[in-house]
Design a protein around this ligand. Structure first.
Ligand code: NAD
Ligand code: ZN
Ligand code: ZN
Length: 338
């Protein structure tokens, strides 16, 4: 099978021919149909973060495909089903986080395309209990970006406290942001979209943003404060300056939700203003299997639109350049069905 492999953080990925793997008793073998390129895969391939993956590894955690074989202990997933392979490859299932609905915080978790091989390949192994069924009627090319970009922003909106009558700032209208904007509307909020490319600003307008701001030419915090300030700001742009602007856009009692993970990401907080304004700052990491099931259900109901372009796995390195140059309409997805 074909797989795109990170062999060295300083080198391009290499397309390798590898044997199709055999599932362990708790695993399923998935024949991938679609695999999205999340900006996280680029951070992984470059070794951007303090906890690094160990090359060689196969990135990819927006994998969607058909279960081709199941290990002897797998009870809930059957051959022939369409499933998603998300960032949460597995978790311990027993710690307080796992049993209280916060499996994404489990210290014993593994991550697809990071600590275990992921979905930039024709086949991938996954834990039979941690793959998420993709409902019939959802195009696998849509399901792929929903598997990380969708679930991550849906969860970020949940933790932001957005509800009808609130005002939500979405900073960065890329793979994650174009879906965050749509979930903010699903939650009933007034929406403000911020980006730095003309195409993304146009996309935000097309997706129904109430206000669209250009961080190249406008003082974001000043503009948002003129509107009354944001009750919640979702930070999705890979830029420290954008975190600072999102923080300063909040109204009193507002919540900043940090999601983007730039290399060496830092946010300096003024203690006096944070205390006096009762500001909340929280991190948000992907979402649970249940969150992803909800994301798929909303999509099947027609509440979200996935903006994506398809590519071939052989072009993985040019795809990465396209994402870094901000030239992608929202998400690139490898179509692996040929
Ligand atoms: P992306 O490259 O598709 O989108 C980033 C967007 O930010 C682009 O549209 C870009 O034009 C815009 N941007 C850049 N600088 C800006 C600025 N100063 N102000 C406003 N917009 C700006 O990336 P993505 O796949 O959406 O991922 C975004 C980040 O989120 C990455 O760091 C990724 O690793 C991280 N991420 C986090 C989680 C999580 O669970 N916390 C999950 C997935 C991805
Ligand atoms: Zn991701
Ligand atoms: Zn656990």
């Amino acid at each position: 099978m074909k797989a795109a492999v990170v062999q060295d953080f300083a080198q391009p990925l290499v397309i390798e021919d590898r044997p199709v793997p055999t599932p362990a008793p708790h695993q399923v073998l998935v024949r991938l149909e679609a695999s999205g390129i999340c900006h996280t895969d680029i951070h992984a391939a470059h070794g951007d973060w303090p906890v690094k993956p160990s090359p060689p590894f196969v990135p990819g955690h927006e994998g969607v495909g058909i279960v081709e074989a199941v290990g002897g202990q797998v009870r809930h997933t059957k051959a022939g089903e369409r499933v998603a392979i998300a960032w949460l490859a597995d978790a311990c299932g027993r710690c307080d986080h796992c049993v209280s609905g916060w499996e994404t915080l489990c210290l014993g978790q593994h991550n697809s395309g990071y600590s275990v091989d992921g979905a930039y390949a024709e086949y991938a192994l996954a834990h039979g209990d941690y793959v998420v069924p993709v409902p019939d009627g959802i195009d696998p090319l849509d399901a792929a970006p929903l598997t990380c970009a969708g679930v991550t922003t849906y969860k970020a909106l949940k933790v932001s406290g957005a509800r009808p009558g609130t005002r939500v700032l979405v900073s960065g209208i890329g793979g994650l942001g174009h879906l965050a904007l749509q979930y903010a509307r699903v939650f009933g909020a007034e929406t403000i979209a911020v980006d730095i490319t003309d195409d993304k600003l146009a996309l935000a307008r097309e997706l129904g943003a109430d206000h669209v701001l250009d961080a190249r030419t406008q003082d974001i915090a000043a503009e948002v404060q003129k509107l009354g300030g944001a009750d919640a700001a979702i930070a999705l742009a890979v830029s420290n300056a954008s975190f600072q602007a999102a923080y300063a856009s909040l109204r009193r009692g507002g919540t900043l939700v940090l999601v983007a993970l730039p290399a060496g990401g830092k946010l300096e907080l003024p203690v006096f203003e944070t205390v006096l304004n009762g500001t909340k700052v929280t991190g948000s990491i992907v979402g649970t299997r249940q969150d992803l099931a909800e994301v798929f259900r909303l999509h099947a109901l027609g509440r979200t639109r996935v903006i994506r372009e398809t590519r071939k796995l052989d072009d993985v390195n040019t795809c990465i350049e396209e994402v870094l140059a901000g030239k992608v309409s929202a998400r690139l997805v490898f179509d692996l069905r040929s």
